[in-house]
Design a protein around this ligand. Structure first.
Ligand SMILES: C[S@@+](CC[C@H](N)C(=O)[O-])C[C@H]1O[C@@H](n2cnc3c(N)ncnc32)[C@H](O)[C@@H]1O
Length: 371
């Protein structure tokens, strides 16, 4: 159980959370304003805020924020000890918003996973996972991705020498599997069309052994700037970046061996890590983002070389995004053939990665090849 001081900090953060101020941003701001809080207390407050949003629909909204936070932590502890303490019907009714049922069948294992704290995954540089695991300790391997490590220790990883030397990135396992699925080769030319801060770009660049070229585009200049800092730390230089707003005014006339569209999405696959979003995301967001995703795919499709592959990835699980977009895109592009995602050991051209199967975010990946 948390002490009154921690509960008081949690309650104060909760009062500043709103649809415009997501929980993680509210926490960052609170810690910026309260620099005297110890790392241990910060961890407890962050944990308490996220636990509150995981258990929000079990709480009495009339009670004080402290009382609600305390009850959420109680439910969390009880669930940790016995995940069957909550009935499947209660999970289906309370762990997610009602509209999700229109978009997704809700396996009980998935709902249980949503109520757990998320795992922390690292991506070691290719072939360096064993050395990194020995240096950091508290790392577990997975057969799913050769460079992925599940970190269970308490260190602040951003302060480790290994991080500053660019020996690993913090990257969720589901995101790593997008890079694995893309399987670019050294010397090829790729386009990471929605690169953001470049989490997946860095993985592609590593898999290409720092050879060939990756065009790195996003509509956010700020995110591209962060990518440049990250690539310098990782000593990866096989890229060039440009702003692109997703319209048919393409950033280059070049043709590519591979294009990754890691598209903006509703983020339902991240709801274990980001529980506040369960209560701010709407079905209208899902529908709007599906249109954006289809537009992005339509605009990049002509930039593939013959034989080139297009990968569509979204960290969401809704039908309207994922399969809905993939089907509409396939129907409009007979020049592209759905291609098996062989690097993930799949004979199918699309796959849904579930949080409860991976112990990571949810992700949908689809692939086509220009014939
Ligand atoms: C899922 S995030 C990308 C994450 C990134 N690939 C990574 O692995 O770290 C989606 C990105 O798409 C960008 N975006 C959103 N709408 C866009 C648009 N219309 N055109 C281009 N980029 C867009 C956002 O700025 C965001 O960085």
């Amino acid at each position: 159980m948390s002490d009154p001081t921690t509960l008081n900090h949690i309650a104060r953060v909760l009062t500043s959370v709103s649809p415009q101020m997501p929980a993680d941003a509210a926490l960052r701001r609170y810690f910026y304003q309260h620099t005297y809080l110890s790392p241990h207390l910060r961890r407890s407050v962050s944990r308490g805020v996220f636990v509150y949003f995981r258990w929000k629909r079990w709480l009495n909204a009339e009670a004080s924020s402290q009382t609600q936070a305390e009850h959420a932590l109680f439910l969390h502890e009880r669930f940790q000890q016995d995940s069957k303490s909550v009935k499947p019907e209660a999970l289906a009714a309370r762990a997610v918003p009602d509209w999700l049922k229109l978009e997704l069948d809700l396996p009980t294992d998935y709902l249980r996973q949503l109520q757990r704290e998320p795992a922390l995954w690292l991506r070691a540089r290719p072939g360096k996972a064993h050395k990194l695991a020995a240096a950091l300790g508290h790392c577990q391997f997975t057969e799913r991705a050769p460079d992925a490590l599940h970190y269970t220790g308490e260190k602040d990883l951003f302060r480790t020498a290994q991080f500053h030397e660019g020996e690993f990135e913090i990257q969720d396992l589901a995101s790593q599997l997008v890079g694995v699925a893309a399987a670019p080769s050294a010397g090829q030319t790729w386009w990471d069309a929605c690169a953001g801060e470049g989490g997946k770009t860095l993985h592609l660049a590593d898999l290409m052994q720092n050879k060939g070229l990756i065009w790195v585009t996003d509509r956010s200049e700020k995110r591209l700037q962060t990518f440049k800092k990250r690539s310098t730390r990782a000593k990866l230089y096989n890229h060039r970046s440009a702003l692109w707003d997703g319209t048919d005014r393409l950033p280059t006339k070049a043709k590519f061996d591979g294009i990754l569209v890691d598209a903006p999405c509703s983020g339902v696959g991240t709801w274990q890590r980001n529980p506040h979003a369960r209560w701010t995301t709407t079905i209208d967001d899902v529908r709007e983002l599906a249109v954006t995703q289809l537009n992005l795919l339509n605009h990049v499709a002509g930039s593939l070389k013959p034989g080139g592959r297009l990968i569509y990835a979204v960290c969401t699980l809704t039908r309207t995004e994922t399969a809905g977009v993939a089907e509409a895109f396939s129907a409009a592009h007979p020049e592209l053939t759905p291609a098996p995602i062989a690097a993930l050991g799949s004979a199918m051209p699309s796959t849904m990665l579930w949080p409860h199967e991976l112990n990571a975010n949810g992700m949908y990946i689809a692939m086509w090849q220009r014939t």
